[in-house]
Design a protein around this ligand. Structure first.
Ligand code: PMP
Length: 356
């Protein structure tokens, strides 16, 4: 039986994507060859890469606006380093908002390149809110933020307006809500949440911000090189890119980002309403900053843990244990998680209340 998969990433993908991806492993495009055994330079794979890059821009409404979409490797973690390498001016500085483990990972890498100003941080309260009052230095090369904090369950509901390039790590909420992506100059995201399997990282960059840092950048870390080589500077992760394309096609067929946002909101509303209603549970973050992707919550009384854990496991739920830095539970409700799965979890929470 298929589990209700709340894993934080890698995570659930649409069932039809799993099926189509499996078919391509055996016989890709009726070619008599597996997608795993063809050249990345073959006509069929180049078409996959081209369509995936174009579909990203189409879904984000960024076509014809000076952006390029790249499928790279090294995870979002390598982008922590590529961003300052490509954008922080020699002798310049960069500004960062510290909203959690991943944001502080990005800050650590930036420090190796130059002055790194942390404009605000919610570390003092274990990252349970998004700081809102801060000033971005106008002489910084860029401002970096993390739209959704996968571990702590907070999400930025609005983004600052600034004259300097705006860079955002959208690893855990990309393609989940309709925002004006043209406000951003560089967006990156590991594929393994809303887009596909682990193994590729999406970078969407406005070309005009590149080539201005004054640094000598190794080719493999240079966004301009990847653009020139049409995201094939070296052998791309073909299967991860293909499976991402299948997920992007699924999203387009569903009606795009605006359509999935409505579904994501119903899922999040259903779960957060139960967390707030049920006296046995409490949320861990400021209500106005709650993530619609990762809901973090605790049992009021830890003595109920054993019973609750046995109940959700019996209901076919998987992957809701909280991250060790928050404890409790984390229900990740990425795009492919059906509303049905949230109903099952909410029913288990109600059942627990009846049993106590
Ligand atoms: N940023 C965010 C917001 C994440 O959630 C993660 C991973 N969960 C990362 C960065 C690191 O991504 P990767 O493992 O692809 O390097």
């Amino acid at each position: 039986m298929k589990k209700h998969n709340y894993s934080a990433g890698p995570c659930i993908l649409p069932q039809e994507v799993f099926e189509e991806a499996s078919k391509a492993i055996l016989n890709f495009n009726d070619s008599g060859l597996s997608i795993l055994e063809i050249s990345h330079r073959s006509k069929d794979f180049v078409a996959v890469m081209d369509e995936a890059r174009a579909l990203v821009l189409e879904l984000m409404n960024l076509e014809g606006k000076g952006y390029q979409a790249l499928f790279l490797q090294g995870g979002a973690s390598l982008e922590f380093l590529m961003v300052p390498y490509n954008l922080m001016k020699v002798e310049g500085k960069a500004a960062y908002l510290d909203t959690g483990t991943w944001a502080s990972g990005a800050i650590k890498e930036a420090k190796a390149f130059g002055e790194t100003v942390v404009v605000a941080s919610s570390k003092d309260s274990n990252y349970n809110y998004i700081p809102k009052e801060y000033t971005i230095p106008s002489d910084a090369s860029y401002f970096h933020c993390t739209s959704n904090n996968t571990i702590f369950g907070t999400q930025m509901k609005s983004f600052p307006t600034t004259d300097i390039p705006l860079v955002c790590d959208m690893s855990s909420d990309i393609f989940s809500r309709d925002i004006d992506f043209s406000k951003f100059d560089l967006i990156y995201a590991g594929a393994q949440k809303n887009m596909g399997p682990a193994g590729t990282t999406l970078v969407v960059v406005k070309e005009e911000i590149l080539g201005k840092s004054g640094r000598t950048i190794p080719n493999i870390l240079n966004y301009e090189q990847h653009i020139t080589k049409e995201s094939m500077y070296n052998t791309p992760p073909v299967f991860a890119v293909y499976t991402s394309l299948l997920t992007l096609r699924w999203l387009k067929k569903l009606g795009g980002i605006a359509a999935i946002e409505k579904i994501n909101e119903s899922k999040a509303n259903l779960l957060y309403s139960e967390i707030d209603r049920n006296p046995l549970f409490k949320g861990t973050v400021a209500k106005e900053d709650r993530s619609i992707m990762n809901a973090t919550f605790l049992l009021e009384n830890e003595a109920h843990q054993e019973l609750f854990d046995s109940m959700w496991k019996k209901a076919g739920i998987s992957g809701i244990n909280g991250h060790r830095s928050v404890g409790g539970y984390r229900a990740s409700m990425y795009n492919a998680l059906p509303l049905e799965s949230v109903k099952v979890l909410v029913d288990v929470m109600k059942e627990l209340e009846k049993n106590i």
